[in-house]
Design a protein around this ligand. Structure first.
Ligand SMILES: [Fe+2]
Length: 363
């Protein structure tokens, strides 16, 4: 196989390109003469060139090292240039791969490009043409690396902004929660307690972790509509009259109205709206039946009741765990979703005491 030197080089030849200096180019050819010619030619251009006559060992080098360009023969014993190209695409997708062959047919050229080669050189080659092709490949490589860095930076920025936004949302939710607690000290800690137990029950039910943020926000905000209930009713000690109870019930609609305009809280506002619906359709505000109530709303509803039972209210003492468990057993299928009641009972049986202890400690 013969290679032609083209010297002296014309002015502004691609070989003058600064892209060659310190670039890493791997040459693979079973013909030692071709390896030798290309190695010295590229080394003179400032390339940190590696030449390899064994395609299998070239494949190992590609797996271990990142090259700026790979220039490979097609027909070699043991492994073809096409096989080597596949290794490159798998392990080094940003490294342009240039194939060389002594049988220049259009079919071969099209085949090489289809397989993912960057370009195609025929032998015997002109070294100016080689340097022109490699120069273009190095340009392509630089752009690909810049593009990847830009994308990574963009992804990082999006991640940062998303985190900032969720933190902002979380703090805004806490402020809203505190606003309610300031008006109704009776509910102090209620939202936090419900949030903790809601997540525990959701885990027991195998709910996808991606859903936890919405569930936690809904737990924090479920009674936010009480902001719109008059003090005389909200802060009344003792049982509400029927008329007062009707006003109090409106807190689910008010909560829904407060939250639904915020697009990222649309699901949350649904859970808030439904947190007093019952499995048998006897709940409020819409009297939905089990299959019409979102599964997350069913968890929120059951946990809120559990919290109300477990804590002291002006009209009742705090219930012990066994009594709460019995209540959920009796009302699974009527008030509560049986699956949710089952999961809640399981959590109460194993961790109920520790939940109650942390609640009583004000956590
Ligand atoms: Fe409520």
């Amino acid at each position: 196989m013969e290679a032609h030197f083209n010297s002296p080089q014309p002015p502004h030849s691609p070989a003058d390109s600064p892209l060659f200096v310190e670039s890493r180019i791997l040459v693979v050819d079973d013909d030692p003469a071709i390896c030798d010619i290309l190695f010295h030619y590229l080394a003179d251009l400032g390339v940190r060139c590696q030449a390899c006559q064994d395609p299998r060992s070239a494949a190992e080098r590609i797996r271990a090292e990142d090259f700026d360009v790979i220039l490979s023969d097609i027909y070699m014993p043991g492994m073809t240039g096409h096989d080597l190209l596949a290794v490159c695409i798998e392990h080094r997708p940003l490294t342009p791969f240039v194939l060389m062959t002594g049988s220049p047919t259009l079919e071969n050229a099209i085949g090489a490009i289809r397989l993912g080669a960057y370009d195609y050189i025929t032998k015997p080659f002109n070294l100016d043409f080689v340097s022109l092709t490699l120069n273009r490949a190095l340009h392509y490589r630089r752009l690909a690396l810049q593009n990847r860095a830009y994308q990574e930076n963009l992804e990082q920025q999006v991640e940062e902004r998303t985190r900032e936004l969720s933190e902002f949302l979380f703090h805004a939710v806490q402020s809203l929660s505190h606003a309610l607690e300031a008006r109704d000290p009776y509910t102090q800690g209620h939202a936090n307690r419900v949030a903790r137990l809601v997540i525990r029950v959701a885990k027991e039910l195998g709910v996808d972790e991606k859903e936890f943020t919405a569930l936690r926000l809904a737990a924090q905000l479920h009674d936010i509509g009480k902001i719109g209930v008059p003090d005389s009713i909200l802060q009344k000690r003792g049982k509400l009259t029927d008329a007062e109870y009707e006003v109090m019930k409106d807190h689910v609609n008010i909560g829904h109205k407060i939250l639904s305009p915020i697009p990222s809280l649309r699901e949350v506002s649904r859970y808030v709206h439904e947190h007093h619906e019952r499995a048998d359709g006897q709940g409020y505000p819409r009297g939905l039946t089990l299959d019409q109530i979102h599964p997350h709303s069913r968890i929120l509803m059951a946990v809120e009741v559990c919290d109300a039972l477990a804590t002291q209210r002006c009209y009742k003492e705090a219930w012990e765990i066994p009594r709460i468990i019995a209540y959920f057993q009796e009302n699974a299928g009527t008030i509560f979703d049986p699956a949710v009641a089952g999961a809640l009972i399981k959590v109460l049986e194993t961790e109920g005491d520790s939940f109650l202890r942390s609640w009583n400690d004000g956590l």
